[in-house]
Design a protein around this ligand. Structure first.
Ligand SMILES: Nc1ncnc2c1ncn2[C@@H]1O[C@H](COP(=O)(O)OP(=O)(O)OP(=O)(O)O)[C@@H](O)[C@H]1O
Ligand SMILES: [Mg+2]
Length: 241
């Protein structure tokens, strides 16, 4: 469904992604793990053009993009197939939960207000927050805010949801409620790529785990393979096996 080939990205003179290739199957959950600075966020951001890669290709359904010279129009079309869930939620502070979920539908995707409201309420219900639709982010807990972030992602009906450490800003109690929403989406066959430091969550939920370090994919495999029998010494060191 989504395939990256030989993606490179530098910031100034520092190469942060050094030829990344990966394949995301429809209906699968891919977890990306690795130490700080490995390039995990950058990779995720390059997948939906929040960041522009320097070179490489992206295949997404019928699209074949040369990332070096992709047009803005194509970029926007492909971005619409994705949704991004941010580490720090990125909600609009001046809008209640419902409007936060509706906003992207109405402005970027030109959905009518009535339909956007309907879809937003359904998405909020799915994450267990229908009763908080009128609450502003400041009146919601971190876990609830992140669930609004997930509702916003679900509402656009994307082909893939990209999560960048969705629980790293939360204490353990609130982490659980967010991870259970993600697990539910996984059980329904939602295609997801999740950067995470929650190893037990990755082990339980991911079909494929990718270990990144210093801008390369060091090792990838099924959760069972990677967590119980990693082949690479660096992976073993990271997992303390
Ligand atoms: N906008 C930017 N400008 C310059 N350098 C950047 C930028 N974004 C990321 N970097 C650098 O790229 C490298 C990879 O960063 P990235 O955020 O992708 O790592 P990460 O694996 O997500 O780390 P963490 O686990 O800490 O979130 C780091 O050295 C970082 O300083
Ligand atoms: Mg990161």
């Amino acid at each position: 469904m989504l395939k990256l080939t030989n993606v490179h990205k530098s910031f100034d003179k520092t190469e942060v992604l050094k030829g990344i290739s990966l394949n995301v199957e429809k209906g699968s959950v891919t977890a990306i793990i690795g130490p700080s600075g490995a390039g995990k966020t950058t990779l995720l951001r390059c997948m939906n053009f929040l960041e522009k890669a320097d070179s490489g290709t992206l295949d997404f359904d019928e699209f074949h993009l040369d990332l070096e010279k992709v047009s803005k129009k194509t970029m926007l079309e492909v971005r619409r197939k994705t949704a991004f869930v941010f580490q720090n939620y990125n909600l609009f502070a001046n809008m209640p939960a419902l409007q936060n979920v509706m906003e992207g539908l109405v402005t970027a995707r030109k959905v009518s207000k009535a339909e956007a409201k309907d879809r937003a309420l359904k998405a909020l219900e799915k994450v267990g927050l229908k009763d908080k639709a009128d609450f502003y982010p400041s009146s919601l807990s971190g876990g609830q805010q992140q669930r609004v972030g997930i509702a916003r992602a679900i509402a656009v009906n994307p082909e893939v949801i990209l999560f960048d450490e969705p629980t790293s800003a939360l204490d353990p109690e609130l982490t659980g409620e967010v991870l259970s929403v993600i697990k539910e989406l996984a059980a329904e066959g939602t295609t997801m790529v999740i950067v995470t430091h929650e190893m037990s969550f990755a082990r339980d939920t991911a079909d494929k785990v990718i270990f990144m370090d210093k801008g390369v994919i060091v090792e990838e495999g099924s959760a069972a393979e990677l967590f119980t029998n990693p082949k690479n010494a660096r992976t073993r060191q990271f997992l303390k096996i």
